[in-house]
Design a protein around this ligand. Sequence first.
Ligand SMILES: [Fe+2]
Ligand SMILES: [Fe+2]
Length: 185
Amino acid sequence: MYTQALNNPAVEAEVEDEEKLAAFQARIDREEKIEPNDWMPAAYRKTLVRQISQHAHSEVVGMLPEGNWVTRAPSLKRKAILLAKIQDEGGHGLYLYSAAETLGVSREELVDQLLSGKAKYSSIFNYPTLNWADVGAVGWLVDGAAIMNQIPLCRCSFGPYSRAMIRICKEESFHQRQGYDLLVA
Ligand SMILES: [Fe+2]
Ligand SMILES: [Fe+2]
């Protein structure tokens, strides 16, 4: 797997020192992007793995309540729109798992953590979508809220996460608009 070529976090923790921390902080202050092979504090790496994987899990789990409605969408047009949105969410999960993998963790580990309940995902997806209007409310309000949270992440310090978020935010605005349109209709 390609992540073997990247830095080993265990070795890094030993060599962490004040000088490296100060240089790292200076790069953050200059708004430079931190890339996978750059030195980074162990806590920064750990937080990123947790945050990015939790985000990836939320994208994937978010497909489930909408997937339940594919066979019951009221028209072929609505079905095609819903399928496109669900496919986007799967893609968001995949970009984000890839970003997390650059930090030295495998996708298998991340998925195991999700399935065992050790890793969290956004609890909003535990609420049922009982009728077709709920699908519109999810698109308009849940994806709308996600945009509010995710726009600042486009400027986050870790390059792979930041770049993934720029792409994801473009697609989320389509999700919000289709949700509003569905609900009004
Ligand atoms: Fe998404
Ligand atoms: Fe979305």
